[in-house]
Design a protein around this ligand. Structure first.
Ligand SMILES: *Cc1c(COP(=O)(O)O)cnc(C)c1O
Length: 484
């Protein structure tokens, strides 16, 4: 093997780094500046494209510009435009620009933030960001938190904490409770945490899609009588299907009296608690044992940013604290924050910097204004859409999401489901707003979720106009079909 030290050198000169950085920044900014004109759903019928893209690792490096061409001209456009102002599908993304800068800083500096002693001041920035979340959720001073890759991992970690506290080694005896509207990540997390599907109870919901507290109480009593150990209720503060907020105060009370852990999955909705005027919508949230917050949803950060708060910080530490002889001493007093003692990761990125830089640059007041605007836009859209002919509003917005279906005299459930599916497809195909649907209460519902920081009044006007025109067209077509 010929060892030439120039071949072995992966460092770039300052001039090269500047040129490359400028090239990437130019592309990213041009992309963001034209998001509103790009189709809201790119062509994702791309299996053939993906097959053609397979290639062996290149022996020699390529020019950056040619790689950026592929990304920005061919591959990024073949996707759901989750960053678009018109993305009202699923739970919208967004991706504020300061977070991208934070990632560049974090990756460029590449400091070790898994362990307090390796970068104490940087870890403190992350601790500050978690404390801000704690204050906004009105969680107690004993709270400890953790940034995760998303809501799924936050839910998973909460289940682990509850399991450790409630069951110890007796995992098979434990039963947990959710509503039948719970996000599927909770069921996956339960399984990963060793709580198998036969130990997870789906409590029925009321007409507002909220967990029925009487049914919950009965389910707990039944399991107790059968010799099992109820240990956890996972409620939803904003379900993904219809945006329903479970009755958190009653669930808190029940969990306290029955000795169960109450985890709130607030991946969609907890961010609304940042706005004091909206806190009544999430009443009871501060009294839970833990809450999942997903900054990559309601705080508009890029994907890969979830968070968990646990009111009794010791429970988070008990579930994760470890030592090893080769490691520096950990900071395990309650005052300073040592991430690897509180979560599953050791080496990791620096997720806290994204949150910290974004909040520092914008300030909390602008965040509150943006979150409040999303709710106001959703209320306005729901009111206008509910007033359209053939629209039945099944789930008015509890936060910023609503769900509805199409119905006309003489139509069957099957016809209504098909028409509602047609509607979201036709609206989305027009390219301005992306809608999705769900099955709930035995029928197919169209959903509108307003949560992108880029969504403003113009997008809502387009949404109402396109739903209005397409729903008339869909119902007319179905009626013509029925007459044939
Ligand atoms: C999005 C979502 C999740 C999952 O969060 P990820 O960040 O996608 O892992 C869990 N629960 C609810 C209610 C959600 O909306």
């Amino acid at each position: 093997m010929n060892l030439d030290s120039r071949d072995a050198d992966l460092e770039l000169t300052p001039a090269q780094m500047q040129t490359m950085g400028d090239a990437v920044l130019r592309r990213v900014i041009a992309h963001i500046a034209t998001l509103g004109e790009q189709p809201v759903r790119g062509d994702v019928d791309a299996a053939e494209l993906c097959r053609r893209m397979r290639e062996p690792a290149p022996e020699q490096g390529a020019a950056l510009e040619s790689l950026l061409d592929g990304l920005f001209e061919k591959w990024i456009p073949r996707s759901f435009n989750t960053a678009s102002p018109g993305y009202l599908a699923y739970i919208p993304g967004g991706g504020v620009f300061p977070a991208a800068l934070a990632d560049l800083i974090a990756d460029g500096a590449n400091r070790y933030t898994g362990v307090w002693i390796a970068a104490p001041a940087l870890v403190q920035l992350e601790a500050n960001a978690l404390d801000w979340l704690r204050d906004w959720m009105r969680f107690p001073a004993t709270t400890r938190g953790l940034f995760t890759t998303g809501g799924s991992m936050a839910n998973f970690t909460a289940i682990i904490c509850a399991r450790e506290r409630g069951l110890g080694a007796e995992i098979r005896r434990g039963t947990m409770y959710t509503s039948d509207q719970v996000h599927h990540s909770v069921l996956k997390s339960a399984r990963l945490a060793g709580v198998m599907p036969d130990r997870v109870r789906a409590v029925p919901v009321d007409r507002g899609f909220r967990m029925g507290v009487d049914a919950l109480e009965q389910a707990i009593a039944r399991d107790r009588a059968a010799g099992l150990t109820p240990f956890l209720v996972v409620s939803s503060a904003g379900t993904t299907n219809t945006g329903a907020v479970d009755p958190l105060p009653q669930i808190n009370a029940l969990c306290k009296s029955a000795g169960l852990w109450h985890h709130v999955d607030g991946a969609y909705g907890a961010a609304f608690h940042i706005v004091p005027e909206l806190r009544p919508l999430l009443a009871g949230l501060p009294g839970a044992d833990s809450v999942t917050i997903d900054p990559h949803k309601g705080m508009f950060l890029p994907y890969g940013t979830g968070a968990l708060l646990v009111a009794d910080g010791d429970a988070l530490r008990t579930a994760h604290a470890v030592t090893a002889s080769y490691m520096p001493p950990s900071q395990d007093d309650a005052e300073l924050y040592d991430p690897h003692q509180l979560g599953p990761d050791l080496s990791r990125g620096f997720p806290g910097l994204r949150v910290w830089l974004s909040v520092k640059l914008f300030g909390a007041a602008r965040y509150r204004a943006a979150i409040a605007e999303k709710r106001a836009l959703a209320l306005g859209a729901a009111e206008r859409i509910a007033a359209l002919p053939h629209v039945i509003m099944d789930a008015p917005p509890q936060l910023s999401l609503f769900a509805f279906h199409l119905e006309w005299p003489g139509s069957t459930l099957t016809e209504q489901d098909a028409a509602t599916r047609d509607l979201i497809e036709r609206v989305t195909r027009r390219g301005k707003v992306f809608l999705t649907g769900c099955e709930a209460a035995g029928r197919f519902l169209a959903r509108v979720c307003v949560l992108s920081f880029r969504t403003h009044r113009e997008t809502i006007d387009a949404c109402v106009e396109h739903v209005s025109e397409e729903s008339r067209a869909v119902v007319a077509a179905r009626r013509a079909l029925a007459r044939e």
